[in-house]
Every structure is written in structure tokens, then in C-alpha cells.
Write a protein that binds this ligand. Sequence first.
Ligand code: PA5
Length: 447
Amino acid sequence: MSVKVNEKFIKSFVSEDEISAIIPEVKNALLSVKKRDGLGADFLGWVDLPEAYDKEEFARIKVAADKIIKSCDIFVVIGIGGSYLGARAAIEFVKSPIYNNLKKDTPDIYFAGNNISTTALSELLSICEGKDICVNVISKSGTTTEPAVAFRVFKKLLVDKYGEAGARDRIFVTTDRARGTLKEFSDKAGYETFVVPDDVGGRFSVLTAVGLLPIACAGIDIDSMMAGAAKAKADFDTEDFGANQAMRYAAFRNIFERKGKTTEILVGYEPYMLMLNEWWKQLYGESEGKDKKGIFPTSVIFSTDLHSLGQYIQDGKRNIFETVVNVKNPGSKFVIPMDDANVDGLNFISGKELDYVNKTAMLATLVAHCDGGVPNIVLEVEDRSAHSFGYIVYFFELACAISGYVLGVNPFNQPGVEAYKKNMFALLGKPGFEDMKRELEKRIENM
Ligand code: PA5
């Protein structure tokens, strides 16, 4: 089993009565996911993906990845939110947060179009100078401003460098199957396209071409990743609360929410978990934060952040709980050297493995935070393999759907994301938004 909920550090915060009371709710939520009769059921395509993915497209993804690996130094992945976070999380988790600096026979991978920063775009363009480049633009709607602007820039760069025909061989588009301007444009231009299925929302799309193509280009075994997700799907098919880890995680976080612990901190003890944290934050934040409900998802990397946020977590406002992802097998070994001068007084740990010290820091922190009134759910994960990554993705996705239903929201929409977009378009002077622009400018002046 690749994810196991360890309840040792929540026991004193949760009563048997609270658990018994929530079991029927999580069970009903799981049944709603399976029977597809809950809110937003049109977006449950991700549930069967580990087995029912498009095998023909999967094979095409591998061929495209091979071609990309052979033909470029830099692979630019353009997308925002659910259209990039999963791939980036996988590359950092399975390979490294400093993947681009590693010795490797796969291209450097840079992510663009996930902000509107002049600096970020200019810096990436200068990194690309003199290098061979391929681009994967990922946008389900095809009209999201951030990736659309970046795609304009990189399309021009590729056409200027390689000509229309050369650029055609280097641009890969992941978008809606049939609708949308990006699909239409790509078909006309002759770009190879991949599909974001209609019934899979952005933040649930890692196991589609959205995640798979960039992940394969980093040399990660996507067969193994899908096998991990399939294993998770099989493991979480049971409605037995004692056995179903996704149900258990969903149950405990909702128990805490009801007790006023409305902020959840996802904790990793490895820098390679930073982007997994970011992916998780979008998954839970966008799925649950609506109708004035939801647990606010935030994250830390320890022991780094114990030296910045540790004080607050130990001793600040008591509306938080933590979910610690403990990757049991570090995958590499480092032994702390002896130092004759012993200036730091640490010779008592010389000869010990660094991971032993990291795990001891975790144990010490778990006890300290429990003592400080912060419950800690611990998710035990075997290792950082592609298989485990696929398993973790499915675990969090299913637990998120169950949790959202228990909370009483539609976990698959994101109406709130539109508010800033409308204001931005109006203020930028998009045709059709003239009245709104005038009204907004007046309001801003009087604020
Ligand atoms: O989860 C989501 O739906 C969002 O994060 C989208 O993925 C994000 O807004 C990008 O949208 P699109 O893929 O349409 O460009």
C-alpha cells in the first residue's frame, strides 16, 4: 500500500463518537462518487482514468515524448493551475526540484504561462537563446490569458527560428477534444494535439495528456505511474471505513473542520515535495472553497519552515491541523561525517544517516505540535517512485471528492475564479466590457 493514514498523532483530538458519526457520511460520499449521482457528477471522468484512459493517445504521448527528448535542449510547458501543477509536481517529486541542473539525457523543462510577470518571461526567453526548443501549450478552454500570452510569444519564437514547417514539428497542443479556438487553430496549423477530456476538470487532469506528456518528457515511467493510480483505485473501491484510506483521510479532516480547525497545513520533510504541496493546495482549495465553506489549504516544507512558521504552528491561533506526508524510503543515503574539532558539538550524530536525523526531526515536531494543540494526520508513503506518485494523486483526488461531498459543496466547479478575470478584462478594455470598465474605475477611485 502506497498511502496509509497513521492516526497516532490525532488520537487525543478525535473521539470514537465523532468517528462513528461521520462514517455514514463518508460512505455516502464515496457511493455518490461511484454511482455518479452527486453534485458535479459530469466531471467524474478522472475516477476511471487509471484503467479507462485512451490507450491510443497514451501510445501517441510516448512517441511525442521520444521525439521531444531527441529534438530539443529546452522543453517549454505552457499552462496555468490544473494545466501545469500536476506535471511540475511529478517532475520534482520523482526526479528532483533541481531537475534542470541534473546530468540527464532528457531536456531541461521550464514552465511558462503560469503568471503575468515580465521578468519571468524575459528571463526564460534569454535562457532559450541559442537552444533547440519544443513547446507544449496546455489549456482546456484555450482562452486563458496567462498561457495564451506566453503561447503567442513562444509560437513566434519558434516560427522565427525554424519557419512555419519547423515550428509545426515542435509545437504540441493539449486542449479540448473538439471545441475551442485553440483546437481549431491547431488543426489548421497542423500541430499535434492531445485531449483534456470533457469530464475531467483541470485540477483532476494529471493522469491525462495534461500531465502525462511533460512527465514522460522528463524520462518518468508513465506506465508505472498509471499502474500506481490503478492500484489506488482498486484499494479504495471498498466501502469498509477501516480499510479505505481515502475515506479515513476525508473523515478526519472534516471532523477537524467541524471543531473549528479550518486551516490544513500539508507538511513535507523534503524539498522535492514543494510542488506536490502546490498541486494539493489547488486541488483542495478550488474544490472545497465555495458557498462560504471549506478548509483553507496551506503548506510547509520542514525543517526549513520550522525556522519561519514553526513558532505560529506551535503557539499561534489554534484553528489549524497538519497533514504530514512521510516518505519512508529516502531513495539515497548520506552519512553525517565525524569532525575532530566538533565545534558544533554534533559528533554524537556522526556516523548516523541524514535521513534518520530528518525522521527524528519529524517525530520530535509531531509530538511538539500535538502538545501545542495541533492534530497531525500522518500519511505514510513508501517512496518517491512514479508508481507511488500515481497512487498519491489518486488518493488525494478521491479523498478530495469525498471530502467535498461531506462538506456539502460541488467539488468540481470553480465559479469564484471568474471574478478577477471579468474585472481584469474590463479594466484592460476588452470589447463588450465597456460599461463594466467605467463602473469599476469609478468604484476603484472611491475605494
Ligand atoms: O482546475 C482548473 O480548472 C483550473 O485550474 C484550470 O486548469 C486553469 O484555470 C487553466 O484553465 P485552462 O486549462 O482552460 O487554460
